[in-house]
Design a protein around this ligand. Structure first.
Ligand SMILES: [Cu+2]
Length: 42
């Protein structure tokens, strides 16, 4: 399994992380998504 970390400065609240996890999780080949509001990484 490959892990990739992205920095997403636009994350400003828990709703943003939820949106990212939902949308990225629908992409083909993505097994798990975790977005973090505090570090702005996903
Ligand atoms: Cu937000």
């Amino acid at each position: 399994m490959t892990t990739v970390t992205y920095t997403v400065p636009a994350i400003s609240c828990g709703h943003c992380t939820h949106t990212i996890e939902t949308e990225v999780g629908e992409l083909q080949g993505v097994q798990a998504v975790k977005a973090d509001e505090a570090t702005k990484k996903s």
